[in-house]
Design a protein around this ligand. Sequence first.
Ligand code: TRP
Length: 329
Amino acid sequence: MNEKKGRILSGMRPTGKLHLGNYVGALENWVKLQEEYENYHLVADWHVLTTQCEDTENIGNDTIDMVIDWIGAGIDPRKSPMFAQSNIKEHAELHLLFSMLVTVPRLERNPTVKEQIKDLHLEGKVSYGHLGYPVLQAADILIYKADLVPVGEDQLPHVELTREIARRFNYLYGDVFPEPDAKLTAFSRLPGTDGKRMSKSAGNVILLSDEPEVISKKIMSAITDPEKIRKGDPGKPEICTVYTYHTKFNSEECNGIERDCRSGKLGCVECKKRLSKKVIDFLEPFRKNRAYYLEHIDEIKDILLDGEKRAREVASKTMDDVHRAMKLG
Ligand code: TRP
């Protein structure tokens, strides 16, 4: 037994408590993949600095909060090491070496970075570290010689760059790195309760840690088909956020819900109540786990320490390979 298909490196910026969108878009996939692959889970805390280097106060707490949710969702720390990037200094060294292999125009062409620069109004004043964060990400991935990287679509340009860097390194210095593939998440986007992109800053998220009353309240105020005003009005599930949630969290009742929504037999209030119950039940184990770990924060710290040890072992071996290949100390 224990024959794994390969190695996965997955990473997330520490954003604190996670929401259902994080779960559906990434975490759920991580949990599934941990049986088949050898997984390394990175807390990308240096990456946070690209957009908020003035304010580092909460990064530590956000890391703990996020890792509690990872574990709450079913990531098993005995199987899959979890660790903070900033504790494995080898990432920084590999980033420096890789930074010589990439041109500035190549980095400036990266569509995800371009979009961020536009959204944050950073034209003409983007930092060197921000422009180069995909190179750091390449180091995160390649230092573990990962074969697969589970990501959302916005991260595909970074995986492509990672492959180019691996190729260039291997061409110049000899074969050290695999060319990792991206693994896109199947159900990649769960909308926020207002039907728009789910994000904490938009205030439209359901947190994995939300209490049952809070979940109910959020779902009761969710956007549905605007033309279905009262029970009896025929609805259009295909444009209804609540229905999208039913497809994810209540798939066995979906056919009936769709039929009764269209005919007008099912009103939005009842439909939302049924969804609330499902989501509350679904998140029950997450809340239980979180409650336990909040009382045992030391265990989270130990898990991170153990993850760090296991990650460093691999990372330092890779750096030995790199030094040998480059004939550098
Ligand atoms: N850039 C990723 C994000 O913004 C986070 C990240 C950093 C990452 N290093 C990684 C993701 C390595 C996958 C692999 O979400």
